[in-house]
Write a protein that binds this ligand. Sequence first.
Ligand SMILES: [Zn+2]
Ligand SMILES: [Zn+2]
Length: 352
Amino acid sequence: MSFRKPILTENTALFIHGAGDVRVGKHTALEPQASEVMVNVAAVGVCGSDLHYYKDGGIGGAVIATPFVPGHEFSATLCRDLPSLDLQQGELVAVDPATPCHVCEWCAKGYHNLCPKVRFIGAPPFNGAMTQSLAVPESGLIKLPSGMTSDQAAMLEPLGVCIHAIDLAKPRLMETVAVLGCGGIGLGIIQLLALSGCQRIIGIDPQPHRMKKARSLGAHFVGCDVKAVQEITEGRGCDLIIESTNSPDGMLHSIQSAAIGGRVILVGIPDGDAYSTVSAAEARRRGLDLRFSRRMGDVYQRAITLVQEQRIDVDTLITHRFALNESPEAFRLQCDEAENLIKSMIYPSLEN
Ligand SMILES: [Zn+2]
Ligand SMILES: [Zn+2]
C-alpha cells in the first residue's frame, strides 16, 4: 500500500473500538490518491450493519482490529470542481460506498455486489463516513437532481438495498407478501412492494411504532410476530417473504411464514452472525426457494427517481438526528431499541 500523507489534522470521527465501545475522537484524514476527491460529509445514516460492529465487534470474518470509523450511507459536498463529471466545488452528491474490482470472475458475471475484492467505505478495514472529511473515489460519486436534500441523498444507499431485494424477489400482482422486520429497510421494502402491485402486504415487527409506520406506508395488515402471518392468511402462509430483521430466528420465521412453493429473500444480518436451528422438513415440504440478498446491484438512478418523483418517502424513516459529538448516543439508542426510533442520521459538519 502506498504511503498517504495526512491532509487534515483538525478532523474528528466516531470510532468503534470494539464491542460496546464507541467514542468520538481526532481522526487524520488522508490525502486523496489519484482518481479520488476530498468531500465534506453532509449526512450519514446509522445502519443495522453498523450496529453489528458495535454489538458484536464485527460481522462474520469482518472483525474490527483497530479503532474503526463506520458509515456507508452518506451524502457529501465536494471540496473541488470535477469538470469531467460536471460537478462543482460545494455541490451535494451521494457516494456509492462500494468500489468493486471489475476484473474478478464474479464481477465479470455481474455480481459486483459480491466481489470479494470490493473496497467498501465503512466496512473493515476501510474507514467510513462518520467523520467530517474523507477522500472518496470519483467513480463512486452520484450526481443529484436539484432540490434533493442531504438526508434524501444519504438514504439512497439503504433504498438501494431495498430495490435490490425487490429485484431478487420479483413480486407478482396480487400475491400475499410478508415483510419480517419493519426497520428502515423493511419499511422501504413495504413501500416498494406497494408500488409493485402487491395487494396483500403483511408487516411484522414487535415494536408498535414500527407496526404503525408499516401500516401508513402501505402494509395492509400488521402483526407483532409470525403467528400473526398464520392468522391473517388462515394457515396458508405467504407466497413471498422478505426478511429484514436482525434476529437469529429470521430464517426460521421466514420458512414458517411461507406458503407451499413460496419464495424467501433474506436481507437482514442476524445478531451473532448465526441463524437459529431450522427444521429441514418445514422448508423441504414447502419446496421453498431461498435467496440471500447482499448490498445492491445497479440501483442508484432508480433510487433517485423514486425519491425525486415522491413515489417513496425516505424522510419519514428518519426519526433521530445527531451532531457528530453526540453520535455515540445514536448507537446506544438503536442498540436499546429506543421508543419511536427507526433511523438515526448524523451530521458531521454540524456544531453542537
Ligand atoms: Zn446500510
Ligand atoms: Zn471483483
